[in-house]
Design a protein around this ligand. Structure first.
Ligand SMILES: Cc1cc2nc3c(=O)[nH]c(=O)nc-3n(C[C@H](O)[C@H](O)[C@H](O)COP(=O)(O)O)c2cc1C
Length: 199
């Protein structure tokens, strides 16, 4: 049976795909300025803040991203995590370029993703650099990658590609390991942790 023709965008070999403004001969900082952000009704004040608050309307889970630095673990709270592809198994994280984590990841390195459960908000705060008195986190190491104990799901991914994402960098990871446990997730909405109401 003849397969359906692939959409045009799939005709570009992955190696030729444009991943950064450099592909056009421009540097990151020389990326063309975006049109000014227009704020709809009810949104006043600092546009950057209003944009951030509006993004916060999108409810997400919360993860802790981890990577090994010598004998140390570096962890960072992130809600900008998404599934990308089932075959191959790919996920994506968006990381602020000013964070320590951003400087630790590169193509070929591994990162762990621990999807937090509803009792782990203190852990989330801790890995977001907020002052908390939570117990020392414990880690399980899989494929040389630390994973936070007690999380709802775990992934280990190897960075396949990194992309320009404005003031963030995007790390597309090929998933090498995945596991899950039962429980209720920690959710984040409007800048606050919220309960899923499942337990
Ligand atoms: C709920 C929540 C979600 C966050 N999501 C992200 C994210 O997706 N990407 C990001 O770069 N920072 C995110 N942050 C902020 C980082 O966790 C924070 O900047 C952290 O201190 C960076 O750590 P590092 O510089 O030690 O690597 C989030 C913070 C919180 C509380």
């Amino acid at each position: 049976m003849e397969g359906r023709a692939a959409p045009k965008e799939f005709e570009v070999a992955i190696g030729e795909a444009i991943s950064a403004p450099e592909a056009f001969g421009a540097s990151f900082d020389a990326a063309p300025a975006a049109d000014e952000l227009e704020l709809g009704e009810g949104l006043e004040g600092d546009p950057a803040l209003a944009f951030r608050r509006t993004l916060g309307m999108f409810a997400t889970g919360v993860t802790v991203l981890t990577t090994r630095v010598g004998e140390q673990v570096h962890g960072m709270t992130a809600n900008a995590f998404m599934s990308v592809s089932l075959d191959p198994a790919l996920v994506l994280v968006s990381i602020d370029r000013r964070t320590k984590m951003c400087g630790l990841l590169y193509e070929g390195s591994r990162y762990g993703v621990s999807v937090l459960c509803e009792t782990q908000s203190e852990l989330s705060d801790r890995f977001a650099g907020r002052a908390v008195n939570s117990a020392e986190p414990r880690f399980d190491v899989v494929r040389d990658t630390p994973l936070v104990d007690g999380a709802l799901a775990h992934f280990v991914a190897r960075v396949e590609r990194s992309y320009w994402g404005g003031d963030h960098s995007l790390f597309l990871g090929r998933v090498e390991y995945a596991r899950q446990h039962s429980g209720a997730p920690l959710l984040f909405h409007g800048g606050h942790y919220v309960s899923s109401g499942r337990s």
